[in-house]
Design a protein around this ligand. Structure first.
Ligand SMILES: [Zn+2]
Length: 249
């Protein structure tokens, strides 16, 4: 299908460039914050909570019908905000929810997961997401790199048993399955997945403890993962380019 696949070498180059820029931004962000923490420790000043900005994007099916009503997302957004605030002092600020104004192609509605999603990113198969995300762009602003919001894209069905997926530090978006937010479907409703995917987007890997937010498995309704985080995970979150440091009083 050469007709639909971009030159993979060009795509890979742009991906790697973007990754190393992300990494450099994370390092710079961490150094600035390390300096601020040191000053805070000496002067006794305390910072308010740091902020992670979140956009939600709901795709529409082939007939143009939104995959879920925007109001259904509220519980998971609030849960993510409470978990990250309580466990690591990072407040999630919900910037907004946008419903895509056009039918999405089936490949975007029913994406592949993990390494295949990464391959799809490299080969341009995720271009529909990219074009939709352009509406959230703050290009030219400092906040387009440091403090850039993460966008959670609500899709219809992710391949396999996966209900959420992130490309980690290299992308500013994650995908989450619409059924996670449907509180009338107890066997798929799971408020922990959005927070879990935000963790991945901020560079947190999986954790083997079932009580931890980054435990890989979660099986509603009886076996939903916990939401605890440890100090190292909290430090990674605070050193991330998406997280804006708290304001000092
Ligand atoms: Zn995961």
């Amino acid at each position: 299908m050469a007709g639909v696949v971009r030159n993979p070498l060009i795509a890979a180059t742009s991906y790697l460039t973007r990754s190393s820029l992300s990494f450099a931004a994370d390092l710079a962000s961490a150094w600035v914050k390390l300096g601020e923490s040191a000053v805070g420790a000496v002067t006794g000043t305390r910072a308010g909570p740091a902020t992670l900005r979140l956009n939600m994007l709901i795709l529409c099916d082939e007939n143009g019908a939104p995959l879920i009503a925007p109001g259904k997302l509220t519980a998971s957004i609030n849960r993510a905000s409470n978990v990250l605030l309580d466990e690591s002092g990072v407040r999630v600020r919900h910037v907004g929810t946008r419903v895509s104004g056009r039918p999405a192609p089936t490949a975007a509605l029913d994406p592949r997961a993990n390494k295949l999603l990464l391959l799809d990113e490299l080969t341009g198969r995720n271009d529909f997401y990219r074009s939709e995300l352009a509406d959230f762009s703050e290009a030219g602003s400092l906040l387009d790199v440091v403090g850039k919001p993460i966008t959670a894209i609500v899709v219809r069905n992710i391949a396999g048993q996966t209900t959420g997926c992130s490309l980690g530090i290299s992308a500013d978006w994650v995908i989450v399955q619409a059924s996670l937010f449907d509180d009338e479907a107890p066997h798929s409703y799971d408020e922990t997945v959005l927070a879990h995917e935000l963790g991945h987007a901020c560079n947190l890997p999986h954790h083997p403890d079932k009580d931890n937010l980054m435990f890989p498995m979660s099986s509603p309704p009886a076996d939903i993962r916990g939401t605890s985080m440890n100090k190292l995970q909290s430090a990674v979150l605070h050193g991330n380019r998406h997280v804006i440091p708290g304001v000092r009083h």
